[in-house]
Design a protein around this ligand. Structure first.
Ligand code: BYC
Length: 328
């Protein structure tokens, strides 16, 4: 089991034995029937904690994920791309808003979630701890990271927790525009000069390993998959999602004439699964636990944003604002 299966403080596999067996059976029967669980419904403590962990990490990934692309807004080639990228980055931050609201329905406040992000207690997606050196890196994120996110989110939107599923449905609709924008940017580089093609090839070389990590550790070592699949929070395993991504996007990358930096990558036509070099899970662990190339920088940006925005949040809460803002 990855991280001993107990890396999240408070999620203990034996905590289920403390639940009322009849309520637990009814809850599991509802899930088996495909019903949605809603915030006021009875749920086991472990289901609540697992959902908070996963939705919160997802929300953090959206706001941190806005950073590497965000730095390219002013340098995107041409006015139209600047506008599109600005809209995309704004959407990503909006996704965090939806996700934090979904996690709040489970009892954890947004302030606490943001505190846990800044202090390094909560995780966020590994992939955003790598630097976007060139415009082609930004194109890689817009096309392929968004593609990976859609594979994950389309599956989990059919899951069991109502508020998370509804947030995911809306996020997927917006992500499909991001994917088209990203694909368009990559096609432009692919059909451009040798230098432009080389730029994207180099981005692909840099981002392929983090992309393989993006879907989570292999099923053999994943800590939470079993219970999350049982309760239909995760609708497919990490390896299945990785395989689906490879199925959909490797042919498209090859079609554009680029080389994927993995000599072992090939589809096994008998098993219908992709074979690839085992990702370096030690590097993955280092990166998700705070020791990637950009972790410190990413969290520092968030910390400064929290500090600079404090007066706005406090002002919104002040009694005089009740008369001028619908938020109060
Ligand atoms: N990165 O038991 P496992 C976007 C952790 S944003 C970091 O398999 P699980 C975008 C995991 O948390 C969309 N950590 O976990 C935004 C656990 O550690 P803890 C990003 C990872 O939860 C802006 C440990 O490893 N998508 O696309 O069953 C611009 C064991 O793993 C990662 C989401 O957030 C990772 N990649 O499955 C552009 C999707 N993978 O908590 C684009 C929502 C694993 O025990 N999340 N870990 O300390 C999920 O679907 C699931 O959490 C995962 C992992 C499939 C990622």
């Amino acid at each position: 089991m990855y991280g001993g299966g107990n890396t999240f403080e408070g999620i203990k596999t034996d905590s289920l034995s403390q639940e009322d067996p009849q309520k637990l059976a009814e809850f599991e029967a509802r899930i088996a029937r495909g019903e949605k669980i809603e915030p006021g419904d009875w749920m086991p403590d472990m289901y609540r904690k697992q959902l908070i962990r996963m939705i919160e990490q997802h929300g953090h990934s959206e706001i941190i994920g806005a950073l590497p692309e965000g730095t390219w807004i002013t340098r995107a080639p041409g006015f139209k791309r600047k506008l599109s990228l600005m809209a995309k980055v704004q959407d990503e931050v909006g996704h965090a808003q939806l996700l934090y609201s979904a996690a709040e329905t489970l009892g954890k406040s947004r302030e606490q979630m943001l505190d846990d992000l800044i202090t390094g207690k909560s995780k966020y997606s590994n992939i955003f701890n790598y630097p976007a050196f060139t415009w082609a890196d930004s194109c890689f994120i817009s096309w392929l990271v968004d593609a990976g996110a859609i594979v994950n989110q389309l599956a989990n939107a059919k899951g069991s927790y109502g508020p998370y599923c509804r947030a995911l449905e809306r996020i997927c609709a917006e992500e499909s525009f991001h994917l088209k924008y990203g694909h368009h940017c990559v096609i432009y580089l692919a059909s451009g000069t040798d230098k432009q093609r080389q730029m994207f090839q180099e981005a692909l070389n840099r981002w392929w390993a983090p992309m393989m990590h993006f879907f989570g550790p292999s099923d053999k070592i994943s800590a939470h998959t079993e219970v999350l699949m049982k309760w239909k929070v995760k609708m497919s395993t990490n390896d299945d999602q990785r395989n689906q991504f490879l199925d959909m996007y490797v042919p498209k990358i090859w079609e554009l004439g680029f080389t994927i930096p993995d000599p072992k990558l090939k589809k096994n036509t008998e098993t219908n699964k992709w074979e690839y070099t085992e990702p370096d899970w030690e590097e993955f662990k280092r990166v998700i636990n705070g020791d990637g190339p950009c972790n410190k920088e990413r969290l520092e940006v968030r910390r400064i944003a929290e500090e600079r925005g404090r007066w706005v949040r406090e002002a919104l809460k002040s009694p005089s604002m009740r008369y001028v803002t619908p938020l109060a």
